[in-house]
Structure formats: structure tokens, C-alpha cells
Design a binder for this molecule. Structure first.
Ligand SMILES: *Cc1c(COP(=O)(O)O)cnc(C)c1O
Length: 357
């Protein structure tokens, strides 16, 4: 164990978080979102742990193929991406659900389905303006695809732009838009909700829900009464040096932190090259032996300085938790002007990974 930075993933936490989704959405099937290497938690490890999910959503074809090659037989949904004819033939062959999200993909999918069947998620742009068909084109595409006998399942899908606040007018307008478009072919299945929506707006649960971040233990709404999620990832790093500074001494590049009292500083062996956010400023918490220290000075490539003056005894070799069950990633993210999703997906290859069942 020569490394100093570790990611430990507790798979039982992810399974328990799936049970939380199941309990909330008793009448929906669950498409567990495992794109981006399962939000940095490990695609195959997570998919195997989530055996009882009804399917897995990914963002790239190679992620879908990695799941199939590993013997995963669940439904797999490829979210909106570029799909040429060869990619669509591969989706038919490997039984991968595809997303029709613009006129080009609708045409190509319709023609592929006449050669070999496909399950199709038709995406409505109900207001996010990222991917998806505007209402009129959506309804036309629905007519085309629902008349195609090679389309063996059709799901009407949309995605919400509100992050966190689920009570906005924009959210209501998106729901209304979806309801009107879906009403033109109510036999199609429905899928609207990501984590935030399925937690806060029961009416979005539909036939399929697509939770991502909550499976990994972060509630995108911050806090919800009666909802307990377990953080699955712990990023920790060893203390590689300790020094005592007098008042007025600085730490790190550009001297961005200066002691206002005699201080003890631990140098922790993880930096931005491990995926710790470079923009985590002075005061970002780090957990050491039951106490919270705080980042002091600029995050370096390989290390960070942490003020441990109030942390009690700390020794070289001790492990600091940078985020995990002891310290929510969302809290660290707040200090770095980012979100937990970005922290999880940014952990680099250099970090040692361990899995606990
Ligand atoms: C990533 C993604 C999700 C999951 O979102 P969370 O906020 O992580 O729950 C659901 N649907 C689509 C289309 C996505 O791109």
C-alpha cells in the first residue's frame, strides 16, 4: 500500500439506496443510471450490485457494450447521443434501447427497426433545450414510430431542467407540455423522473424512473424529511507530513492562506491530480479522526494542506476523509463551486480503488 489516496465503494449502500427508490416508486420500473462509470463508482461493480434494478441507463454506446460483454442481461438504455447506422445495428443486435431525440435519429431508428427490432425512447424537449424533439416534431415522430412493427416498445421520455428546486414554474410548464404530448398516444410508456423529480414530485414517477445521484447516496435536494440515503463512495488520503506554524506564516502556492494563530498543518496525500477539486478554497472541511479540519491554501497537484489545529492528536500516516459517509460530497462541492456529481466522476485512475460488499 504505497499509494496515499483511496476510493472505497460500499456496494451495500448502493443496494440500499435502490431499495429506497423502490419503496418510493412502487408502480414504476427502475432504470438505474450508471453512465460515466456509474458516476465514478465503477460500472460493472455497480451494475452487478444492482441486479434487482429493471435496467441500466448509459450515455455512450461503449458503456452499454461493456455491460453486455460482462453478461448483464437487463434492459440497457442508451441516452441521447450520436447514433449512425452501424451503431443502431449494434443496438439491435445487443438488445440496447435507444433514444430518438432529433429528426435524424428518428429517421435512422425507424429504418433500423424495419430490419431488426428496437426498443425506442422518444425524447421530448419539454423546455430544457438540450436534447429532445420539440412538441410538434415529437408527436409526428410518435406517429411514425408507433406504426412501425419493428418498434417493440415505445417510451415517451423527458428530462427536467430544474436542479434541486422542484417547485418552479419552469417545472410545471415542462410537466404540462409532457402531459399534452403524451395524451396524443397514451399507450406509450412514460419516463420523466431523475432523482430530484422522483423524490419531490410523485406525479413524475411514470412507468419508468431514471435515478442516478441518489443511488450513490446524495440527495440533490439537500435534505428531504424521512428520506435516508447512504453515501457509497469514500475518498480518503493519508497524512504525509505535519508541521507547526507560527502566526503569520503561509501555506501553499501563492500564499493564499496565512495563519492567524499558532497552527498545526497536515499535508494530505491527495490533490487535483487525484480528482480533489482545485477550487476547494480555504475552509473546505476534511474529516480526521472524528474531527473536522479545514483546507488551508491552494490545492496542489499531489497534496492539500489541512489546518488540524483543533483536531486533537493526528499522526503521519493517518487517513483523512475528503468526502464520504463522514462528510457529504455535496458539502465539499459547495466549497468548490461544483456539485457532488462532478466530484464523483472526476476521481482519477491514480487513486487506489477498493470495493466492500
Ligand atoms: C443523468 C441523467 C439522469 C439521472 O439524473 P440524476 O440527477 O443523477 O438522478 C436521468 N435522466 C437523464 C436523461 C440523464 O441524463
Amino acid at each position: 500500500m504505497n499509494n496515499t489516496a483511496f476510493v472505497r465503494v460500499t456496494l451495500s449502500a448502493i443496494r440500499e439506496n435502490l431499495s429506497v427508490v423502490r419503496a418510493l416508486c412502487k408502480n414504476s420500473r427502475i432504470m438505474a443510471t450508471v453512465k460515466a462509470n456509474a458516476y465514478g463508482h465503477g460500472l460493472l461493480e455497480v451494475a452487478n450490485a444492482l441486479e434487482s434494478s429493471d435496467g441500466f441507463a448509459v450515455a455512450r454506446l461503449h458503456e452499454a457494450l461493456d455491460l453486455r460483454r460482462a453478461g448483464i442481461e437487463h434492459r440497457i438504455l442508451l441516452l441521447g447521443t450520436l447514433l449512425d447506422e452501424a451503431a443502431l445495428a449494434t443496438c439491435s443486435r445487443f438488445n440496447i434501447d435507444v433514444t430518438a431525440h432529433d429528426s435524424i435519429s428518428v429517421t435512422r431508428i425507424a429504418s433500423q427497426a424495419t430490419r431488426m427490432p428496437l426498443r425506442v425512447w422518444l425524447k421530448l424537449d419539454s423546455g430544457m433545450h438540450r436534447v429532445g424533439l420539440p412538441p410538434r416534431a415529437f408527436v409526428e415522430a410518435d406517429h411514425l414510430l408507433s406504426a412501425n412493427t419493428g418498434v417493440i416498445e415505445l417510451v415517451h421520455m423527458t428530462h427536467f431542467s430544474s436542479a434541486g428546486d422542484m417547485t418552479t414554474d419552469a417545472m410545471d410548464r415542462q410537466l404540462q407540455c409532457f402531459a399534452e404530448c403524451h395524451a396524443t398516444n397514451p399507450r406509450a410508456h412514460t419516463s420523466l423522473a431523475n432523482s430530484a423529480a422522483l423524490i419531490a414530485r410523485p406525479e413524475t414517477r411514470g412507468d419508468w424512473v431514471r435515478p442516478g445521484i441518489m443511488l450513490y447516496g446524495d440527495n440533490p435536494l439537500g435534505f428531504t424529511e424521512g428520506l435516508t440515503l447512504k453515501p457509497a463512495m469514500r475518498l480518503s488520503a493519508r497524512v504525509i507530513a505535519i508541521r507547526d506554524l507560527a502566526t503569520g506564516e503561509s501555506v501553499g502556492y501563492n500564499s493564499l492562506w496565512t495563519s492567524e494563530r499558532p497552527s498545526r498543518i497536515a499535508t494530505i496525500g491527495a490533490g487535483y491530480a487525484d480528482g480533489y477539486p482545485r477550487h476547494a478554497g480555504n475552509g473546505t472541511p476534511a474529516w480526521l479522526n472524528g474531527h473536522f479540519g479545514s483546507v488551508a491554501g491552494r490545492v496542489s497537484m499531489d497534496s492539500i494542506g489541512v489546518d488540524i489545529t483543533d483536531c486533537g492528536p493526528v499522526n503521519v500516516g493517518d487517513e483523512a476523509v475528503l468526502w464520504g459517509p463522514e462528510l457529504p460530497a455535496s458539502k465539499v462541492a459547495d466549497h468548490a463551486s461544483t456539485i457532488s456529481y462532478a466530484l464523483f466522476t472526476a476521481v482519477t485512475q491514480r487513486v487506489t480503488r477498493e470495493y466492500r460488499a
